[in-house]
Ligand binder design. Structure first.
Ligand code: PGA
Length: 251
């Protein structure tokens, strides 16, 4: 049975003290969320150690927003999967569209990053999603399929136990423009079908697929009611503990 997950992606927001306060506010309200919904906060790398202290012994999981495609060594400024794991984090986001767009994250790099994350015991939240031009050109299925397959072709059904997919249409991220629940469901069902083709029905059925892109308390219920939408990867609304918790209570 797949899990329902609501993960907050803080992106490059909050100082360390502000992030610690935000994590404390999430932990304080986490008890209001049904036990069947897993909460995760994905914080900047600088915040992982202090936030790990805050979430320790609580149901709130901790994620990085990225990790390096190399194991270790002379890669100034990079943070390895082993380093992320050593903070106490249990997950990392990989392949976010902002990383693909601004930092040259390719599918090939994502294969290496995913391998290193899994080898270091991290769960991976792998992001896929089409741009506005790609959607307008009717290429959204093709793009999402390629992003999914290009990375996951290198992994096994066993690996999939630790991989979560996040569908984030780029045109809906931070724009206030949400995909309709129908548009999101259509792609989620398609991703699940793609997974079934590669790994079989059981793996497809067991994989959590999150929606991201202007998900907020006012639209989460409709999105989460869809059969193939298993939760959300939340950006802007995750910076307010009340909104983040309200989204998680929309199941
Ligand atoms: P948003 O971001 O909720 O601010 O649109 C989602 C994401 O990029 O993870």
């Amino acid at each position: 049975m797949r899990k329902n997950i609501v993960a907050g992606n803080w992106k490059m927001n909050t100082t360390v003290p502000e992030g610690v306060e935000l994590a404390k506010a999430v932990v304080a309200k986490a008890g209001e969320v049904p036990a069947s919904v897993k909460l995760i906060v994905a914080t900047p790398a600088t915040h992982l150690v202090p936030v790990a202290e805050v979430v320790k012994g609580t149901p709130v999981g901790l994620s990085a927003e990225n990790c390096a495609d190399k194991e270790k060594g002379a890669y100034t400024g990079e943070i390895s999967a082993a380093m992320v794991a050593s903070t106490g984090a249990q997950y990392t986001i990989l392949g976010h569209s902002e990383r693909r767009q601004y930092y040259g994250e390719t599918d090939a790099k994502l294969v290496d990053k995913t391998r290193l994350a899994l080898d270091n015991g991290l769960g991976v939240i792998l992001c896929v999603g089409e741009s506005l031009e790609e959607r307008e050109a009717g290429k959204h299925f093709e793009v999402v399929e390629a992003q999914t397959v290009n990375v996951l072709a290198h992994f096994t059904a066993e690996d999939m136990k630790n991989i979560i997919i996040a569908y984030e249409p780029v045109w809906a991220i931070g724009t206030g423009k949400t995909a309709t629940a129908e548009q999101a469901e259509e792609i989620h069902a398609f991703i699940r079908k793609t997974l079934a083709g590669k790994f079989g029905a059981q793996v497809a059925d067991d994989t959590t697929i999150l929606y991201g892109g202007s998900c907020k308390p006012s639209n989460a219920k409709e999105l989460f009611a869809k059969p193939d939408i298993d939760g959300g990867l939340i950006g802007g609304a995750a910076l307010k503990a009340d909104d983040f918790i309200a989204i998680a209570m929309s199941f």
